[in-house]
Write a protein that binds this ligand. Sequence first.
Ligand SMILES: [Zn+2]
Length: 62
Amino acid sequence: MEQEMKQFACGDVVPGCDATFTCETEDEILGLVGAHAVADHGITEISDELVTAVQARIVELV
Ligand SMILES: [Zn+2]
């Protein structure tokens, strides 16, 4: 059974960050990115704009 994976590179939104996240679902990625943004980028509120920016850059791995 083929498993589609999705990937997000934080550096696409935060220049210089080399963190990448690979998950089966967009929701999982958003959860990890949210935690990463708080822990590593000092972001205290995950805004709609940030979620939209992340969603726009999530790519499907073939
Ligand atoms: Zn980052």
